[in-house]
Design a protein around this ligand. Structure first.
Ligand SMILES: Cc1cc2nc3c(=O)[nH]c(=O)nc-3n(C[C@H](O)[C@H](O)[C@H](O)COP(=O)(O)O)c2cc1C
Length: 390
């Protein structure tokens, strides 16, 4: 099974990751991973850091002549801004003379992190709680994504809402999916590439314009925005996942992966929340016959029944709260003086929903790859593909 760990502070020397359980013989290049890292850094409303750094991966081990060896894969992303942080983030020394951060931002991990770990400088929290960590997560997960893609399973995403601006009529997107669904399994990728052309990853041009205007408005007001993105996975075979034990349930594992992204506060499978407001007769996807084949009349379940994929397109949604660092600060308490003060501001995103959607694509990949390998696994990609074809 694939498992991975990341390490690294936001302004530390580098982010590192280790991925284990990848079959031998998977074609893998830095270029393939870098493309996903680049996608994570895009989006209207990002802060200054995205301009400072272009993340690039260094594959340190586990790959030879472009193919995985079956051994653990070690990855590294250098923080290009490190030269400006060497003193503040030094591994050695006592930190004397380094300014402490003592005003926690509401909505961030600052206060609870310090309370939990007994820190007197909130930087000790911020550096790891920050979503900078997701850069390495995307890199690690992209390896699992490659396994899926080699087996014809593709993941894509697009943004459905930025703050109050939302795609109300999903008919256009559904039409697009229906049109593409007859094509090879790469429909999800095609849609994601189309979404990538939009600065906010919204597939409807009129909503896109309004969303950009809303982000501009928030920025001008010193405020921030969240939103909702949708993930689709195409080419998913029937029978991945299981209902037999709670911790092996695929819907639970997918939700966990998405909820682990910073600022994600809600996850939906299929039309989860809308379905809750309807009668069963309006919700459940009937079985019908087409050319002798059993298919479904609709896909409101989002491709999962009983925690097992049912052969339909997998559809997941995630809600992101507005960014916690506000240029027009909220009230806070200075932990050094005990006085009410304005919350601290440092270079920050106004809206990061487009980036979060790319991270969402990444984090579900190892979950799906593990469900896939559980059924069709092997020591090499040759074995995996043979088993899948059979
Ligand atoms: C792609 C991405 C970028 C983010 N950028 C920022 C940011 O610039 N400033 C900020 O305060 N929070 C940002 N966040 C959210 C914080 O990391 C998050 O709110 C914080 O770590 C607390 O975790 P929680 O919201 O899950 O409770 C970002 C999240 C993501 C996914």
């Amino acid at each position: 099974m694939i498992r991975y760990l990341t390490s690294g502070e936001s302004h530390g020397k580098a982010l590192v990751g280790i991925v284990e359980g990848v079959p031998a013989g998977l074609s893998l290049s830095s270029e393939y991973i870098n493309h996903q890292l680049w996608r994570r850094q895009q989006g209207y409303g990002r802060g200054g850091r995205m301009r400072i750094e272009t993340d690039t991966i260094e594959i340190l081990s586990g790959v030879r002549f472009g193919k995985t060896l079956g051994s653990p894969i070690a990855l590294m992303i250098q923080n290009r801004d490190w030269k400006n942080w060497e003193n503040k983030m030094a591994v050695e020394g006592d930190g004397v003379g380094i300014e402490r951060i003592t005003v926690p931002r509401p909505g961030h991990a600052d206060f609870v992190g310090a309370a939990k770990y007994g820190f007197h400088d909130l930087r000790d929290v911020i550096e790891r709680a920050s979503a900078r960590e997701t850069s390495m997560r995307v890199a690690c997960c992209t390896i699992a994504r490659k396994i899926l893609e080699e087996c014809g399973i593709f993941i894509g995403s697009y943004v459905l809402a930025i703050g109050p601006v939302e795609v109300k009529n999903k008919a256009k997107i559904e039409k697009l999916i229906a049109k593409l669904a007859n094509r090879p399994s790469s429909t999800a990728q095609t849609l994601a590439l189309q979404a990538d052309k939009s600065e906010v990853r919204i597939l409807d041009a009129s909503v896109e314009r309004k969303a950009i205007a809303e982000i501009k408005k928030a920025k001008k007001a010193g405020d921030t925005l969240g939103g909702i993105f949708e993930l689709i996975v195409t080419g998913v075979p029937i029978g991945l996942g299981t209902y037999v034990q709670f911790d092996r349930k695929l819907d639970g594992q997918l939700a966990q992966a998405l909820m682990s992204i910073q600022a994600i506060k809600g996850v939906e499978i299929g039309d989860g929340f809308a379905n809750a407001r309807k009668f069963g007769s309006q919700v459940h996807d009937e079985f019908i016959l087409k050319n002798g084949e059993i298919i479904r009349s609709s896909n409101r379940a989002g491709g999962l029944e009983g925690s097992i994929t049912n052969g339909e397109i997998l559809v997941l949604r995630a809600a992101m709260k507005p960014i916690a660092t506000l240029a027009k600060p909220l009230r806070s308490v200075d932990l050094k003086t005990g006085k009410i003060v304005e919350s601290r501001y440092e270079r920050s995103d106004v809206c990061a929903v487009p980036a979060a959607s790319v991270i969402g694509e990444a984090v579900i990949a190892p979950v799906l790859a593990n469900a896939f390998l559980e059924k069709y696994g092997g020591d090499s990609m040759g074995e995996v593909k043979k088993s899948f074809r059979r």
